[in-house]
Ligand binder design. Structure first.
Ligand SMILES: [Zn+2]
Length: 299
């Protein structure tokens, strides 16, 4: 009996460990996704995903998590699969949970790349966000060693990187989750790292979004030759999830607008939205936050 209890305690601990931190998951010989965290707390980068592409000439890192500490953990896991130099960091966008670990990789000499709109956003807001990190649910000790590193290479439409044996395309067709959110496409592998253009099983963060442009972006991605997708948050996905994301956005925008015309109660509106939105099991609190930030009068 004692042994049974000990075993179940161990199993539970292992489960918790597995879901608290992302792990490198091999998608191809030279491509890994950093996924699997279901701990949507700020101390775990709000469960943001990341990834790496390994070319003959070095490594390209896709997103860097929320802090120097989280970036270091990611780097240690990268070093377990490759010792090649880290040449590039691509920020799918520059929200803190995807870009505040940039400093770890910039110190190694990596060139940090983003769309020009998100380069400007981080340059304008990054230092302030770091200074007021308490507002994002983090403590100063979580951010020890974190410095804002603004991307030094930015583009407006599309940028291709030949990593030595792997063609990597950065694609942004319209403003979406942020003005400069981009997706990283590996045409030879039919693989896409979508950043926060796609949230799977998480309620998405909509406050900085352009919902019309976001729907267009999803249509553009749906038209591409893609088999597997690493979303910004959530498990490995497919085109079916892009489609559901678009339905979610359209439904949210239509209904929230309708409900906000007769009520200023964010929680009540959120409860009604949750009845009709496509089901997601994580970050339910985000729905009321999105209602408040986009549809209710600022007071
Ligand atoms: Zn984001």
């Amino acid at each position: 009996m004692k042994r049974v209890i000990a075993w179940s305690a161990l199993t539970l601990t292992l489960l918790l460990v597995q879901t608290a931190f992302a792990e490198l998951t091999r998608l191809a010989d030279n491509v890994y996704a950093y996924v699997g965290s279901q701990d949507a707390s700020p101390a775990h980068s709000f469960a943001a995903n990341a990834g790496i592409v390994i070319g003959q000439d070095g490594v390209l890192v896709i997103d860097t998590l929320i802090s120097a500490k989280e970036g270091e953990r990611f780097l240690a896991d990268i070093r377990a699969v490759t010792t090649k130099p880290i040449r590039y960091v691509v920020n799918t966008h520059t929200h803190l949970d995807h870009a505040f670990g940039n400093c770890v990789f910039a110190k190694l000499g990596a060139t940090v790349i983003s769309h020009e709109a998100d380069q400007a956003m981080l340059a304008a807001n990054g230092a302030n966000i770091l200074k007021n990190i308490g507002a994002y649910g983090l403590k100063p000790e979580d951010m020890v060693g974190t410095e804002i590193v603004v991307p030094t290479l930015a583009f407006s439409q599309q940028l291709s990187i030949n990593l030595g044996g792997e063609d990597v395309r950065l694609i942004r067709t319209a403003p979406s989750h942020t003005a400069g959110s981009l997706a990283v496409y590996l045409p030879a592998k039919k693989l896409l790292f979508s950043g926060d253009i796609l949230f799977t099983d998480f309620h998405p963060f909509l406050a900085d979004g352009d919902l019309k442009g976001w729907a267009k972006t999803l249509d553009d991605l749906l038209a591409m030759d893609i088999e597997r997708i690493v979303p910004g948050h959530g498990p490995l996905s497919t085109k079916k999830d892009l489609q559901e994301m678009e339905s979610y956005l359209v439904l949210f925008d239509t209904k929230a607008r309708e409900l906000a015309a007769t009520s200023q109660d964010a929680e009540a509106i959120a409860a009604k939205l949750l009845e009709i939105l496509p089901k997601r099991s994580l970050a339910t609190w985000m729905v009321a936050y999105n209602v408040k930030s986009r549809y209710l009068e600022k007071k």
